[in-house]
Design a protein around this ligand. Sequence first.
Ligand code: CP
Ligand code: NVA
Length: 329
Amino acid sequence: MPEAQPMIESAAAFRGRDLLTLANVSPRAVLELFATAAASKADITPYRRVLDGKSFALLFEKPSLRTKMSFEVGIAKLGGHPIFMDHAAARLGARESVRDYAKNLERWVDCIVARVYLQSALDELADSARCPVINALSDRYHPCQALADLFTLFEQAGHDHARLREMRLAYVGDGNNVCHSLMHAATLLGVHTTVITPKGYAPASDVTRECEAFAKAAGSSLLVTTDPAAIERHHAVYTDVWVSMGQPGGVDEVTRRRKIFSKYQVSADLMARASSGLPSPSLFMHCLPAQRGLEVTDDVIDSPHSIVYDQAENRMHAQNALLIHTFAR
Ligand code: CP
Ligand code: NVA
């Protein structure tokens, strides 16, 4: 299982490895990845052939705009060959076992990028396949998103880790896959993180425990609370949809959550409270797609302090950096 996998201590250690979660990635590895992301974002030319002759299966059980496009375009820019496999109609394991599926795919491709319903299916894919497997979102984690998000904040901090560490990040909403990976990435890097969710929607307790340990090791802190008043004095406020793809419950659950989460909407008022006591307005972040008018209001997502499209752009640069190190010769 991913938590038991050996640590990725440096960017060089990504070579040939899976990326299933950020729980086994060191702060040094993430910062070295950011250096490559910054370099390849500034000039892709030296990296144009790093994936020469490599083929990538992009296997998606769920819809996607950003992840699909950023991997397809990024792999092509690095000289590789992406092959999109739409698995919306047939879940992994439905037609043949996940193991057989992996043992076939590994004969043709050099890497599997997979968006799945169940992290357990992804773990089985990774256990079975000889080639690296990259998590493009599961019910538990969205590590590529979190790498891009922290890279976006790193840019805001002038590519300076000490300045990044001075930032305080708040996540408001459902303690979901995006929240889990964001908590991993932020606490690893020593960014103080506050997670504010309604009662019953907190992040998984094992993830919280891991992140408390990361924060302690980095000399920072993590607060998980149900109190929206905890939003004060945060440089960045992040939210995500209240109902994620594949979450059970149907229409009734959607209606129920709208009521429960209404106090956790990121509005202009909440952003003003986040900024209180700070020298400049807080940044707004969202992985997208957004349900405008629910978890965030239009005036917030469209404000000059919203960096959501930078996050989307950086999906590609962060993933390119990961692929550059995964396939370093
Ligand atoms: N943020 C994100 O993963 O977007 P997609 O679902 O469009 O890939
Ligand atoms: N939490 C959302 C993120 C989408 C990118 C979901 O899983 O649907």
